[in-house]
Design a protein around this ligand. Structure first.
Ligand code: HEC
Length: 194
């Protein structure tokens, strides 16, 4: 009897902990799942995309680097209208051509090169998400926050699918404006926005 007890490798108190382990594991995984589900939505996803694909040049907080500063509302000065912002990110510097103007004429930006084209790289969901992140987070644009909610709502209802790519040749300010207007006109949007 005494011999059997000394051979026991797991002390009694640790055995208790081991028994509780599966319960803890299930609770823990449950928590993870909940967090992941909450962190979906075009804006949350866009923050991740920005971090991965844009922050190396524009800074994690949008303060700029090899790419222009976007924070303190600078991004909205260049692109007062989101549709022009989308076209820029889809086509990049090469799509506009070095030496050509881009953005709001009052801003006076001329393409110098170095901004990659993301139309074939990011899905519409990722690309629009990163842009909404820039506009709401660095531009503090409430209007774009509402647009993000409206997009989430339309996606949730199955009325909008942004899983494809915005192709470089056919994406224009007008086509993007139309896409967003369709979402904003949605009969349920009032609810999502309010
Ligand atoms: C390799 C570096 C690089 C990466 C990565 C990059 N950019 Fe840029 N970005 C630039 C450069 C350089 C410019 C200026 C381009 C020019 O003059 O041709 C620019 C310009 C911009 C502008 C216009 C800013 C202004 O005020 O003129 C926006 C908006 C922008 N980028 C958004 C993005 C987004 C969104 C992403 C990620 C999806 C991104 N950029 C990734 C380098 C980068």
């Amino acid at each position: 009897m005494t011999a059997a007890l000394t051979r026991q490798k797991i002390p009694w108190w640790a055995a208790g902990t081991l028994l509780l382990l599966p319960i803890w594991a299930i609770t823990y995984v449950g928590t993870l799942e909940r967090v992941t589900r909450e962190a979906t939505g075009v804006l949350a996803h866009g923050a991740e995309v920005y971090e991965r694909r844009c922050s190396s040049c524009h800074g994690a907080t949008g303060s700029g680097g090899s790419g222009h500063q976007l924070s303190d509302g600078e991004v909205l000065v260049t692109f007062p209208h989101i549709e022009d912002h989308v076209v820029w990110v889809v086509r990049g510097s090469d799509g506009f051509g070095v030496g050509n103007p881009y953005g709001d004429p009052a801003r006076g930006r001329i393409v110098e090169g170095g901004m990659p084209a993301f139309g074939d790289v990011l899905t519409a969901d990722e690309l629009i998400g990163a842009i909404l992140h820039e506009r709401t987070r660095f531009g503090e644009s409430d209007q774009d926050g509402l647009l993000a909610e409206a997009l989430d709502h339309a996606i949730h209802l199955g009325d909008l699918d942004l899983s494809g790519y915005l192709d470089r040749a056919n994406t224009t300010s007008a086509s993007i404006a139309e896409l967003f207007a369709g979402v904003a006109d949605h009969p349920d949007t009032e609810m999502a926005a309010g």
